[in-house]
Design a protein. Sequence first.
Length: 314
Amino acid sequence: MVLPGPWKHIVNISKGLKELGLDLENGFRREVKEGNNTLFWIDHWCGDSSFHVRFPLLFQLETQKWCSVSDRLIMHDGEICGQWVWFRVPTCQVEIEELRGLLLACQPVRLVSGVDRFVRSFDEEKFFSVKSFKAKMEAIVGSDIGYLIEWNNFVPKKVGILAWRAEIERIPVLMALTKRNVNLESIWCPVCGDAEETAEHLLGSCRFAQALWNGIANWCKVPVIYAFSTRDVLELYKYCHFSKQKAKIFQAVCLTTVWCIWKARNAAVFERKPVNRCNLIGEIRVRSFLWVRNRSKNTRISWEKWRRFDIENI
Ligand SMILES: [Zn+2]
């Protein structure tokens, strides 16, 4: 059985698993410590569901929908305080009621030192790992669940998580927000304006993304990249005929590209910054260099060689 990714699989089989006693919808949440790696609005980390579901009007007013818990909450004299950045302050009665509810929900939160992580609540083993979850599902389903997106520890986890979410159309692009009944002036891709903005379009078929991927192909000396979907992008490294180590580095470059496209898109939407392909390729080169060098613990990688993607002998 070939599956497109663990989360798509989880979503697809969640009903069946519920009948078997595994409630996935309420089975995961983020345990917040410092709040740096938990998305304030998007992740399920406080209460029964994500804040963007519980407080949709406030989510609409949020300027940085992808912000972290530590972006919005800080500790001050032992108390939690909000730092809100709205398009405009909440004014109408319903918005103010939502704000009251949000403040009440945040009141017991305490940010402490430590790393945020996924926890699950459906069995005695508290902490989440893809491997253990896969084993759990296989025990219930009684078969090998097959394909999983391969984690790459050369990039931060938040980058892998963004790629996951993009693959299952769970990043807040304009079409996704429209489906959640958020009123928008336009649903057209803010980068090219040619098509409705979905994750698949933004990262794959958008003409800007296509040009960017060709820039990456040119730099990494791989054949011209035709990526029409997020999955195409995430699996490029499998078809580049590189050594195992070099393919892992190329995968890190592709994940960094996904990350940088998303950041550039957000800057275009929220800060009106024009997207510049050449600048973005430069940023991808620098960012992926720093991530790979620091995370692979291989300090022999030189910038000069990286610029040429000459990484055969590192
Ligand atoms: Zn586009």
